[in-house]
Write a protein that binds this ligand. Structure first.
Ligand SMILES: C[S@@+](CC[C@H](N)C(=O)[O-])C[C@H]1O[C@@H](n2cnc3c(N)ncnc32)[C@H](O)[C@@H]1O
Length: 261
């Protein structure tokens, strides 16, 4: 099983997210797997955020479109110059794209934040061509089953973001097949040990940023050089594995193909 620090994304991610190491940790397997996808144009980056992750995963690719709810994130994505078109919209209501416009839809760590999963998946189906592919990087039910802190902290964490859909394989397969997808596959990451470390970190940093549960250590980190912080995280967690056997990861990359009607 490959260790976090073996990833070529370790250093850039921990530098970029120097003050949010749980985000950096979460993005390592996401980027490792996303960057291996054979993208087919036209591509939609669904819940694209500021575009950093797509730019890291696909440095030579201009994405045909990105959509996100946050205009602030989209402004940063625009400056990155990696999208032909960016739209501000609620992907849980309607996507501002034509039927069958895309051959690939990717969503990195975004779909679990949309309350109406059925609507968001049905909209992805609508904008994909028949034979088009969707890729979703999500944490799953095991992340919360292995939560290392009290159940109350898990509940408040899920409200910070908010995190609506911690589904298992069967539930994801059901929702995707209900919306005309076939060939649903899962590639797992975050074995139990790493999942617990991630959850502990994620809770501490989210509580600090979203709930103002002030952590003096997190404040101090703001004044430390990013390169020093990278070294510290390498020592603390660099040896943890990110890969997981099928059916054992707390996160997975889901892929599915839009079937003929
Ligand atoms: C955790 S961020 C991930 C962003 C990006 N995909 C990445 O990997 O860096 C989740 C993103 O989903 C967006 N989002 C949440 N709910 C949304 C909705 N209903 N419609 C569109 N975007 C949404 C947020 O604005 C945010 O940019």
């Amino acid at each position: 099983m490959k260790a976090l620090q073996e990833s070529k994304f370790f250093e850039p991610l921990f530098k970029h997210y120097a003050n949010s190491p749980s985000v950096a940790l979460c993005r390592i397997p996401e980027l490792e797997l996303l960057s291996q996808i054979q993208l087919e144009h036209p591509i939609l980056d669904h819940c694209c955020g500021d575009g950093y992750i797509a730019a890291m995963a696909f440095p030579k690719t201009i994405m045909d479109a990105g959509v996100d709810l946050s205009q602030k994130q989209l402004d940063t994505a625009t400056q990155r110059g990696k999208y032909t078109r960016l739209e501000c919209a609620d992907a849980g209501i309607a996507l501002p794209f034509k039927d069958g416009e895309f051959a690939t839809v990717i969503n990195n760590s975004g779909i679990e934040h949309i309350p109406d999963l059925d609507k968001s998946i049905s909209e992805i189906t609508r904008v994909l061509k028949v034979g088009g592919k969707v890729y979703l990087n999500v944490l799953n039910h095991r992340y919360f089953e292995r939560w290392p802190l009290s159940p109350e902290t898990a509940n408040s964490y899920r409200n910070f973001q908010p995190f609506h859909h911690a589904l298992d394989e069967r539930e994801w397969r059901d929702v995707l097949e209900r919306h005309k997808f076939k060939d649903v596959t899962f590639t797992d990451y975050f074995p139990e040990s790493t999942s617990k470390v991630l959850a502990g970190l994620d809770y501490r940093y989210s509580a600090h940023y979203f709930r103002k549960r002030i952590s003096p250590l997190i404040i101090l980190e703001r004044f430390l050089p990013a390169s020093w912080l990278v070294g510290r995280w390498r020592t603390k967690i660099g040896n943890l594995p990110w890969q997981a056997l099928p059916g054992t990861g707390s996160g997975f990359l889901i892929s599915a193909t839009k079937a003929e009607v």
